[in-house]
Design a protein. Sequence first.
Length: 187
Amino acid sequence: MKLDPDALTAARDRTLPDVLPALGEPLHVLFCGINPGLYSAATGWHFARPGNRFWPALHLSGFTDRQLRPAEQAELTRYGLGITNIAPRATAQAAELTAAELRDGAVRLRALAEARRPRFIAVLGVTAYRTAFARPKAVVGPQDEPLGPARLWILPNPSGLNAHWLPPALASAFAELREAAKDGPAQ
């Protein structure tokens, strides 16, 4: 789907609702993006921009039995998966977010973890995580500190702009989390 420039401009500062299983249903992994891009805000679907590698990585790592399209994001809940963002407002680039917005997002994410009790929270973007949680030396992978009741894991940002992580390496990073998530209780 190609969006015209006016639709993208109109999407600035919009928010997207979280994708979460119904209350009482299992939430194994809550994926947490940095913030919605304009394309996602215009469509209403997380990780919707063509070239974003979230959906392929999710499938190639074994989280889903087929590659879902962004428009099928609600299907994630049947796998016990969900999506949220650190910062809720849509921007053209994550660099437009302030450090205060990221820190506020960390507080919101902690509250969401307490309320919904996922086994794992996977933050998609180490740089945003470092700022949001004041952990300047954090690296991709499992973190020693939990986030509320959830085990915390940092994954690479799946944006097509993140050239440091090629698709096979991105899928491998997702697969490490999937293996940990299937091995029983998080803590």
